[in-house]
Design a protein around this ligand. Structure first.
Ligand SMILES: Cc1ncc(COP(=O)(O)O)c(C=O)c1O
Length: 390
């Protein structure tokens, strides 16, 4: 199988846009959307029969396939709408265990919505959120370990750590990080919103207390398909963000029904896994990896900026700084995105990484070298016109 433009018709992606932001919301292939449509048709043919008699078994089957894919037991994993939903379920369930003066620890690379959830929950109980300051550019995984270790205190009540960071696209050494917290008796929620489909996962051996992952990003599922994995010893205390009929009837029952909603995204996860498997079997991992590293080397060389992370900390995402190292005001982040989209038809996010302005690229099987050449040319153009700093 060839990749790039030759397979792009398998997605609905607008041909006039150079799409370098699979990371934000994924892009669901046509074949998976067809499967989702089929589930919706089956549901609407007899909504009551489907929801009450058929759905539980179909959901169990989809959950079991997903569990196998992420190296977990099916009973330890539940579907949630998205990573934010999963993080809310964990943090709100843990609220009674937090004390005034307690600390919820995350890092400076955390995703804003998750940090906001931490702030909200901390605010309800007089605790506070502490950010371990992880440098960026980053030289090696040891720098992450040091930053996190130095932020732990006797008051640390929970750690929320990204597996692959959103603004910077860096793979954190989560196994070692979990061990660090475990040795101190501190529970850990891993935010793996970007992990399923991007790197291998084995939740059974990872050792986390809680793990959230999105299927609608790198696993090609429809939007609104994510999972929450919880260590058996914590499951009885975990409740979904939306409480419904089955309160108190166990982890699977409570999360299995959170009010009427369209379950077709969950039910289409196996189709996303199958699509991902087919691409992987054809060599997509090697293809996207080479493309990412080549693009990174080319763009940073053209712009004359440093590499931001070592190869072993990258998979399909990568962020690079801009000439003049501009401060990342909200206005600049928005402006850089908008100018690339409006003037060059490139969909790529500008990011605030530790207060500096970065551009983050996503590399997927439908991309090819010419997409990144176009981005490099646009950035050179903007630099020459001094338009990068607004
Ligand atoms: C690291 C991280 N966590 C959480 C989220 C939230 O994902 P969702 O919007 O699907 O809840 C994202 C989204 O990009 C993310 O990158």
């Amino acid at each position: 199988m060839t990749f790039g433009k030759a397979i792009r018709h398998q997605w609905l992606l607008d041909e006039d846009i150079i799409f370098l932001n699979h990371g934000s919301f994924g892009a669901c292939p046509r074949s998976v959307l067809d499967v989702q449509r089929n589930w919706q048709d089956r549901l609407e043919a007899e909504p009551v029969r489907f929801m009450t008699r058929e759905l539980p078994a179909h959901l169990d089957a989809a959950r079991t396939e997903l569990a196998t894919f992420v190296g977990a037991r099916a009973n330890d994993l539940v579907f949630v709408q998205n990573a934010t939903d999963g993080a809310n379920a964990v943090l709100r369930s843990l609220l009674p265990s937090f004390e005034p003066g307690g600390e919820l620890l995350t890092t400076s690379h955390a995703y804003r919505a998750i940090r906001q959830t931490m702030r909200y929950v901390a605010g309800l109980c007089g605790a506070r959120v502490v950010d371990a300051s992880v440098p960026f550019p980053i030289a090696d995984p040891e720098e992450v370990m040091k930053a996190i270790a130095s932020a732990i205190t006797p008051k640390t009540a929970l750690a929320v750590i990204d597996h692959i960071t959103s603004p910077t696209g860096v793979i954190f050494p989560v196994k070692d990080i979990i061990a660090l917290f475990k040795a101190r008796g501190i529970p850990v929620l891993i935010d793996g919103a970007h992990t399923p489909g991007q790197i291998e996962l084995n939740l059974d051996t990872l050792g986390a207390d809680y793990y959230i992952g999105n299927c609608h990003k790198w696993l090609f599922a429809p939007k609104g398909a994510a999972f929450l994995w919880v260590d058996k010893k914590h499951q009885a205390k975990l409740h979904p963000t939306v409480i419904s009929h089955f309160l108190g009837e166990g982890f699977q029952s409570e999360f299995g029904w959170t009010g009427t909603q369209d379950p077709s995204a969950f039910l289409s996860v196996p189709a996303g896994i199958e699509f991902h498997r087919t691409l992987s079997a054809a060599g997509s991992r090697a293809y996207t990896r080479k493309m990412l590293l080549d693009a990174r080397d080319k763009i940073t060389a053209i712009l004359g900026v440093p590499l931001s992370a070592p190869e072993e900390m990258l998979a399909q995402l990568c962020a690079f700084p801009l000439p003049y190292d501009p401060e990342a005001t909200d206005e600049r982040v928005q402006h850089l995105h908008d100018i690339l989209f409006d003037e060059y038809r490139i969909e790529v996010p500008a990011m605030n990484a530790n207060g500096k302005l970065y551009v983050r690229i996503s590399c997927t099987a439908y991309n090819d070298e010419s997409d990144f050449d176009a981005l490099a040319a646009a950035l050179v153009d903007l630099r020459n016109a001094s338009k990068i700093i607004v």
